[in-house]
Design a protein around this ligand. Structure first.
Ligand code: KG4
Ligand code: ZN
Length: 387
């Protein structure tokens, strides 16, 4: 079946169309990416040193329709066809769009110029994320669902990051380490659809810590890639370095929680005390983060007898952190490491389509009605938890 997926939880606007067959839970799953359109807003948020929610919202509203058209075109299912929306439909659409008048005008123009494509479900991120940003994807998905009578499937963004490793095979129990600019979580899965958060950050997310430390060093946003570039430089040159040591926060605590704000503060104090080359700070910071992540994750792997380790989220792009995990996994005979391909690491709509397909399989099709009350039941949930 063809599934349309929409993601707007943070600063990536993404629309994808997937063709999925089979059932991952039965080991016979297949997927083809038919269309994948993504716009990163990094350039707009850069000067503010982080994501500005209201600006993210505006950009989503502006970019969703062009991206949607690109994804349909790439999939070969965009057919032009002039039609007219009638009064009662327009009234309902006005309710769906609320104050987003310009977005509604663009939507009305779009929908009256194209034919309903052969899509069976619309997956949309309902949370967690920035609520104003989430709403734009949800409004767009609601409107398409209403006009074309296609069922909506709300998706948890974090389930999306976990499912970003499909169609690779997951053996249970599985553990997911989700590391991004917004999250640091260890999620235990004893089976399909069963999630238990066994550890999480008590303050900053890993990516956030990278971004904040980068800012202290005068490096541009997003800081992760910059820090890892400098850290690599330091590892390669091997020049004699001054003694520079950062803490490994919570590395010995009995739980599986993390804390990165202390690490960030330690960098701040050290920079105030004496001048240290940026590369030295970057390398020690990356070492500290990697050590804590590996140590905590593997304690959970041992305790729960984990068969598959999944690592998802933007920080997976960090080569050094990946290498530390790969080396440690190699010491285990029955542990498999699953990583998403680069296009599925940062926020994207493909992973929302994959998680949406799984949710679709679980749905009792008898319950699918697509009435307005079903449609408006899908709402933005900024703090949505995985359960
Ligand atoms: O998953 P993502 O694109 O968006 C969120 O949901 O947050 O992750 C973005 C985060 C940013 O904090 C960025 O600095 C970090 O991932 N990141 C990295 C690297 N590439 C991106 N962190 C460390 N090393 C990297 N190479
Ligand atoms: Zn994410």
């Amino acid at each position: 079946m063809k599934i349309l997926a929409i993601e707007t939880s943070c600063d990536e606007t993404a629309v994808a169309i997937l063709e999925c067959t089979g059932d991952p839970t039965k080991g016979d799953f297949h997927m083809d990416i038919l269309g994948n359109a993504l716009h990163s807003q990094i350039e707009s948020h850069k000067e503010f040193g982080g994501v500005v929610p209201m600006m993210a919202k505006r950009e989503h509203a502006k970019n969703l329709i062009p991206l949607f058209k690109n994804a349909l075109t790439e999939s070969g299912i965009l057919k032009e066809n002039i039609s007219t929306l009638h009064g009662d439909k327009i009234k309902e659409l006005e309710n769906i769009f609320g104050r987003e008048k310009e977005f509604l005008a663009d939507f009305a123009k779009l929908i009256q110029s194209i034919e309903k494509p052969n899509i069976e479900a619309i997956a949309v991120t309902e949370g967690p994320g920035l609520e104003p940003a989430l709403w734009m994807g949800i409004i767009f998905a609601r409107a398409l669902s209403f006009v074309w009578d296609i069922p909506l499937v709300p998706v948890n963004h974090m389930e999306g990051h976990i499912m970003s490793v499909l169609p690779q095979k997951i053996n249970f129990p599985a553990l997911s380490l989700l590391i991004s600019g917004g999250h640091t979580e260890l999620v235990l899965m004893k089976d399909w659809y069963q999630y238990e958060i066994i550890g999480q950050t008590r303050d900053d997310a890993v990516g956030e810590a990278f971004d904040k430390v980068a800012r202290m060093l005068g490096l541009p946003y997003p800081g992760g890639p910059e820090i890892s570039r400098l850290a690599e430089l330091q590892r390669k040159t091997q020049t004699s370095t001054p003694e520079y040591i950062l803490p490994r926060p919570m590395i010995h605590s009995k739980d599986f929680d993390f804390s990165f704000s202390g690490l960030k503060t330690a960098v701040l104090y050290s920079l105030k005390k004496e001048e240290t080359p940026k590369e030295v700070v970057a390398k020690e910071f990356e070492d500290a983060v990697a050590e804590v992540l590996v140590s905590k994750t593997f304690r959970a792997i041992d305790e729960y007898n984990i068969k598959t380790l999944i690592i998802g989220g933007g920080v997976v792009s960090n080569e050094y952190i990946r290498k530390q995990f790969e080396e440690k996994v190699a010491e285990y005979s029955e542990l498999k490491l699953l990583l998403p391909t680069p296009q599925l690491r940062t926020d994207n709509a493909l992973m929302i389509g994959l998680a949406g397909y799984l949710r679709w399989l679980k749905k009792d099709k008898k319950d699918l009605r697509n009435t307005m009350s079903d449609i408006v039941a899908v709402v933005a949930k900024g703090n949505l938890k995985l359960t």
